[in-house]
Design a protein around this ligand. Structure first.
Ligand code: PHE
Length: 584
């Protein structure tokens, strides 16, 4: 038989591999998602737990993926077959990875496309007219409103700001279900004719009665918190003179107007399927070009340039943040551990995010590992990749939160943190803000690009290795197919099209369904199977050979983590996400 195997691509250097893998890991997950889930979970302990998850679950599974790739020299579908010597059920795990890569990429390019749109928006200084209008409106407000009314508005705002956190802690003491039942109950009572009668009938159910009583008790606590906050706020503003009240009110009014304008701008981008598709297309094109360039000629080259650039840009942004008045509160917020804000669901969210951010569970690290030539450095490489990923996630917090705090915005603004709060802050900064905006959003695009490359590579490599397609052909055809599959996501929020009202799963639109399916199901299950395979099934001889050059202890500790700790923790995450486990 003729040996007709094409030569497989491989990395030119070890550093090249580490930077490419880190490029895969560092993406929207780090800059867009990590800061806002840190915000939602109150910083501090959440960050610590996240670090622990990276250490005891993330790094071991990353080692498992790299070693399966290295030992088999195959992409995910072929890898398990190669190691087992025959087709087994494990091949399915590889298929899952390829499917998952396809799915993630399809909505990833839509979000990355939004970041491209924002880069252009920053270049044309899109918020300038919004800011000018807001300024005029705020001046009018200042002249037309009485100081008494201004004081009232400020007091109300302060009450909200000061009590929000304690209220959410109290609310967290009962489950969502209790609160929704309580809401229904109060509605029923309010509309009921014979109040006492109605209550008696409803309270015949003991369980129900207990739930409602709990809610009533907590509701009392909340009223008390609000009352105290009101007393404090009134006292606070009584001491402030009229001129300052006017100044503060004007600023507040202006910011609110700008926020509304920016909110609208984001809304009109997201609800415009054509524009979203256009940018997704542009981003996909970039990704295809890099993947078509080959492993060392495309991916490695681009990542060795982009990763240092990325770190450089971030350090610049963090330096800017250090000189902002909000820097200290930002640091306290991210690093100060406050146990009262920690919820069990936060722990699991940290672990789930560890997967996504390290690109684990779908064979990206496996594929990249398969392009490695020698066997040394499994542990140190994984540590480096995880370190870079984590370092950049923390840098992202340190670049975003000082700006958020300095301009009086809420740290827990959710997914809009990057697309709404940051532009608002940039607008307030003035002309320099425009430059920061350009830098910030290009950073987001670059980070997303190096991740998207790895997603496309996983799918394309199957067609290159197994179907013998040329790399260029695979990159273009698969890239094109992903783009077509991305269209329903790009149109998911466009009210002019059917997609916006098509909510096939649990009331989620197509975009959210794809995200949900991959992040909540495919990645955790993929990770679980990979851990079980590497720990229990993979032939020991092949496995141990991957630990060449490291001490016996490394292997022992890794085996313990991959066999027991990782599978148990990942199972917990899955149970929580599915809703069987309801930790709060
Ligand atoms: N790790 C990437 C991020 O943080 C996303 C990703 C997941 C990339 C899975 C590849 C595979 O944005």
């Amino acid at each position: 038989m003729v040996e007709e195997k094409k030569k497989r691509g491989h990395w030119k250097s070890k550093l090249g591999f580490i930077l490419a893998a880190a490029g895969s890991a560092v993406g929207l997950g780090n800059i867009w998602k990590f800061p806002y889930i840190t915000g939602e979970n109150g910083g501090g302990y959440f960050v610590l737990i996240y670090l622990a998850c990276i250490l005891i679950v993330g790094i071991p599974i990353m080692m498992a993926e790299i070693m399966i790739g290295r030992a088999s020299k195959k992409q995910p579908v072929g890898a398990f077959e190669e190691l087992q010597g025959e087709k087994t059920g494990w091949t399915f795990v590889g298929w899952m990875g390829v499917a998952c890569g396809f799915i993630i990429l399809s909505f990833y390019i839509v979000v990355a496309g939004w970041a491209m749109d924002y880069t252009l928006k920053a270049v044309v200084n899109f918020s300038n007219p919004i800011a000018e209008k807001a300024e005029t409106a705020a001046k009018v407000y200042r002249v037309k409103t009485s100081v008494a009314d201004m004081r009232k508005t400020l007091v109300e705002r302060r009450i909200k700001l000061e009590s929000a956190e304690s209220i959410s802690v109290v609310r967290g003491k009962a489950s969502k279900k209790v609160w929704s039942e309580y809401k229904n109950y109060t509605k029923a009572i309010e509309s009921g004719v014979a109040l006492k009668e109605a209550r008696k009938v409803l309270f015949e159910d003991e369980k129900f009665k207990r739930k409602i009583e709990l809610a009533i008790k907590l509701e009392k606590n909340i009223s008390e918190i609000k009352r105290k906050a009101r007393v404090e706020a009134i006292e606070f503003y009584e001491k402030i003179d009229d001129k300052k009240i006017r100044d503060e009110s004007e600023t507040l009014f202006r910011r609110q107007k700008i926020a509304v304008g920016i909110d609208k701008a984001f809304g009109s981008l997201v609800t415009d399927g054509w524009t979203s598709s256009f940018w997704a297309f542009a981003f996909m094109l970039l990704t295809i070009l890099v993947v078509a360039g080959g492993v060392s000629g495309g991916i490695e080259k681009v990542c060795t340039v982009l990763m240092p650039t990325l770190v450089g840009i971030m350090i610049f942004m963090v330096c800017y943040g250090v000189f902002q008045p909000g820097f200290k509160s930002a640091i306290t917020f991210v690093f100060y551990p406050d146990i009262s804000k920690l919820k069990a669901s936060g722990v699991l969210e940290a672990l789930g995010h560890a997967f996504f951010t390290l690109s684990l569970g779908m064979g990206a690290m496996l594929t990249y590992g398969s392009y490695q030539e020698d066997k040394k450095g499994l542990l140190s490489q994984s540590i480096w990749i995880a370190l870079l990923d984590t370092g950049i996630a923390i840098l992202a917090c340190m670049m975003i939160f000082p700006i958020i705090f300095s301009y009086g915005m809420s740290p827990s603004a959710g997914p809009g943190l990057v697309f709404k709060s940051m532009p608002l802050a940039f607008t307030e900064i003035g002309s320099g803000g425009m430059l920061l905006g350009i830098i910030f959003f290009s950073l987001l695009v670059l980070a997303a690009l190096t991740s998207a490359i790895s997603l496309l590579e996983v799918v394309a490599s199957y067609f290159i290795d197994v179907k013998n397609w040329s790399r260029v052909r695979a990159a273009w055809i698969i890239g094109g197919a992903v783009f077509l599959f991305a269209l329903p996501s790009a149109f998911s929020y466009d009210p002019d099209f059917i997609m916006a009202s098509w909510t096939p799963t649990f009331g989620m639109n197509f975009f959210d369904t794809m995200d949900y399916l991959s992040s909540n199901w495919l990645l955790p299950f993929g990770g679980l199977f990979i851990a079980i395979y590497a720990g229990w099934v993979m032939p020991a001889k092949l496995r141990d050979a991957e630990f060449e050059g490291s001490s016996k202890m490394v292997l022992t500790i890794w085996l313990m983590l991959i066999r027991f700790v990782a599978p148990i923790l990942v199972t917990l995450v899955i149970l929580q996400k599915v809703g069987i486990l309801q930790l709060n």
